[in-house]
Design a protein around this ligand. Sequence first.
Ligand SMILES: [Zn+2]
Length: 220
Amino acid sequence: MTARGIDFIGHEDWLSSSPDLNPLDYKIWQHLEEKVCAKPRQNLESLRASLAKAAAEIDMNVVTPVIGHATIAAIRPLFEEWLERRHGVLTFRLTQVLTGHGVFGRFLYRIGREETAGCSHCEDRPEDTVEHTVEVCPAWAEHRRVLVAAIGGGDLSRPALVEAMVRSETEWDAVTTFCEAVMLAKEVVEREKERAAAFLPGRRGRRPGRRGLRRDPRPP
Ligand SMILES: [Zn+2]
């Protein structure tokens, strides 16, 4: 992941260790391929019909651990449209927003890279989630205004974003532009914090105890 400059998150903490894979599409297609390609098809129509059937019947238990419940909830109602779309590439930063696996306080705290799950861009430091970043955080108000103007409606929940993305290439691009700009800015701030923490005597730049130790941020 260092190729993308996200060197403060270990590659094992990402959905996929390869920055070039689109985990959402990759995992789903892999699953469909296994189901559909089990027997040979006579023609393209037959293959398409089988794919559509397999997509409708897909076992979400297979893909949920990889892409997360919130992402599944977002794409499920438009699953066929998502798979059959002719536009739209999932960029690295767009994937961060759809999955929540990225530079969000909640995720960084969970994997032991932050002391708290609070937002670094808000004074009162509310929990930094995908929803906080996309819908609420005042730091991204201008980017949000542009996004709302592009996709209309004002609903910026993940299902609404996916709906807009699938609807048209222009809207897909608008969501991508928002995610690229905001996530890049968050990455820059996070990297600066890591660097500053490294210079503070007696303070560690990152919490010890890698992944798995603090799955639940709530006190016992
Ligand atoms: Zn904030």
